[in-house]
Structure formats: C-alpha cells, structure tokens
Design a protein around this ligand. Structure first.
Ligand code: HEC
Length: 100
C-alpha cells in the first residue's frame, strides 16, 4: 500500500512538471494580450499614456511591432533604450501594434 501511494505521488509530481513546461512554450508562440498590457503598464504607460494617447512621449498610433521593437532597442530621443528586453519586448510590441 505504501508503495502504491508513493507511485501516485511520484506521477503527480511528474505531471505538474510537464504542465509547467508546456505553458512556457505556448506563451512564446501566441500573442498574450494580458501579458502585453502588463508590460505596457509597467514600462511604457508613464510616458505614452493610459491609452497610448501620449504624455511626455508621443501617442502610439499605427506603429507596427517591428517599429516598436526598434524604438525599444534604440531608445529614440528622450526614451531610454532597452527598457524591456527579450520576450517582454516582443510581447509589448505585439500589444502596441494590436491596440494602437
Ligand atoms: C521615459 C519615458 C518613456 C518611456 C518609459 C517609454 N517611452 Fe517610448 N518614447 C518616449 C519619447 C520621449 C519618445 C519620442 C522620441 C523622439 O523621437 O524624440 C518615444 C517614442 C516612442 C516610439 C516612436 C518611435 C519612432 O521612431 O517614432 C515608440 C513606438 C515608443 N516610444 C514605444 C515605447 C514602448 C513600447 C515603451 C515601453 C516598453 C516606451 N516607449 C517607453 C518616451 C518614453
């Protein structure tokens, strides 16, 4: 009986581990709007406004994800370069393209 319980506990652990990995893989492939909004709110909102209407930075209207990515990398004018990096940059770029 004890062995059986151990086996069940063991496979439950394995399942949990696999599920976590799958989720990470999926979030890289699909555009995650909620995550994009989170990054925008944390890193861009203070300069580009609540609804991308602009504040100390210009309004973000009609930018493609590629344009947003290069702005993030280059940091034009008073905008700091690489304020977000890697996956966060791609997520927020897709978000700005979709929402602006
Ligand atoms: C500290 C303030 C600040 C923050 C934070 C900031 N920006 Fe900017 N951003 C600016 C300013 C100022 C400009 C205008 C720069 C110029 O052309 O002189 C700008 C320009 C841009 C442009 C237009 C670039 C172009 O070539 O026309 C995009 C797109 C942009 N920002 C996206 C973002 C995104 C996405 C974030 C968050 C990851 C962000 N910005 C965070 C201040 C900021």
């Amino acid at each position: 009986m004890k062995k059986l319980l151990m086996a069940i506990a063991g496979s439950a652990l394995l399942l949990t581990a696999c599920g976590g990995e799958e989720e990470a893989g999926e979030s890289g492939e699909t555009v995650d709007t909620a995550a994009g909004e989170e990054v925008y709110t944390a890193s861009c909102l203070s300069c580009h406004g609540d609804n991308m209407e602009g504040a100390s930075g210009p309004a973000l209207e009609g930018y493609t994800a590629d344009e947003v990515l290069s702005a993030i990398e280059e940091g034009p004018g008073a905008m700091p370069a690489n304020i977000v990096e890697g996956e966060d940059a791609q997520i927020v770029a897709a978000y700005v393209e979709d929402e602006s």
